[in-house]
Design a protein around this ligand. Sequence first.
Ligand code: CP3
Length: 333
Amino acid sequence: MSQLLDCIKKKKTNIKPIWLMRQAGRYLPEFRQIRKKNPNFIKLCLDKKLSSEITLQPLKRFDLDAAIIFSDILMVPYGLNQAVSFKKNFGPLLGPINLEKISKINKINFSNKLSPIYKSIQKVKNNSLTNNKEIIGFVGAPWTLLVYMINKFSPKKKLIKHFFKDKFLIKKILIILEKFLKIHIQQQISHGATVIQIFDSWAGLLEEKDLPEYVYIPTLNLVNYVKSLNVPVICFPREIKNYKNYCEIVKPNVISIDYNVDPKLIVKQIKIPVQGGLDPKILLSDKNNLRKKTLKYLNIFKHHPYVFNLGHGVLPETNPMMVDYLVKLVKDY
Ligand code: CP3
């Protein structure tokens, strides 16, 4: 069994596996080189040869415990025929929603449209670089995808003014998302993903009273589905105020924490394996500081099953040497 599974299934505390959100990305010169020649991000995600190559890039450099497939949470709205594009220095931009068009999509044409992602997973699985390592498939949580689908771009600090105006539309989209996210999860697993992470990047935008309807219940349905396929599931409800409540209700196998929460409180409150926490900005400072902050997390979670990761994705300005240093620190702990 891999170190990552030893940690999350057997709850071993003597090993601290590591992988990083956005470990394949713009901080790597070899990624930027491919990206420069491929200006269309969606097309790049749907190129099984290049996306599998990008997925493996960080594994060639660093002793990581998992590969996370190079794709994007917005490939699901794309698969549902909503226009999705990525504008330089702006981020994602989505087109209008046409419920009639979405309702016509079935499992087969959705899976066909996204099939290069699944084939890419297969290629990653068959590469010896992933021997004894896990392959992490992922989806956006229904709430976070709803945010992009209705808001049309990254909300930054708050949602557009009339976000909740059309309750019928919201209900409909959540039902459709549940169905197709399950299909997307199932396809990733049947092509080789061995762990699933659910990214709820915008969970922190909601008030406490709205969490059950938009976060807890829709995510719980997906968590139960992944568990029914005998695959562990990691949840990342970024900037949520009460991680303890979340864990008690949604019951993921692993909870991934952001960098605003106090790890000392988490280790006291939460019984399940924990992942992440370190502020990605620390990788922009110096080795001494990185060492100090990394050891802080490792020491706090010394007697707890803990997967080392960041509190959000690796930043594009990160020096790969710092990532190398971090991985070695964790491996030598
Ligand atoms: O972690 C990984 O390395 C796997 C690949 C991955 C990407 N996006 C590649 C990507 C994963 C897991 C994601 C998830 C994702 N995508 C999330 C959830 C995690 C989070 O960051 O909160 C979200 C919210 C998105 C939506 C998204 N995709 C945004 C907001 C942006 C633009 C802003 C940005 O950081 O670039 C993207 C584009 C994107 N997704 C890039 C990459 C490597 C950058 C594309 C480029 O090269 O320009």
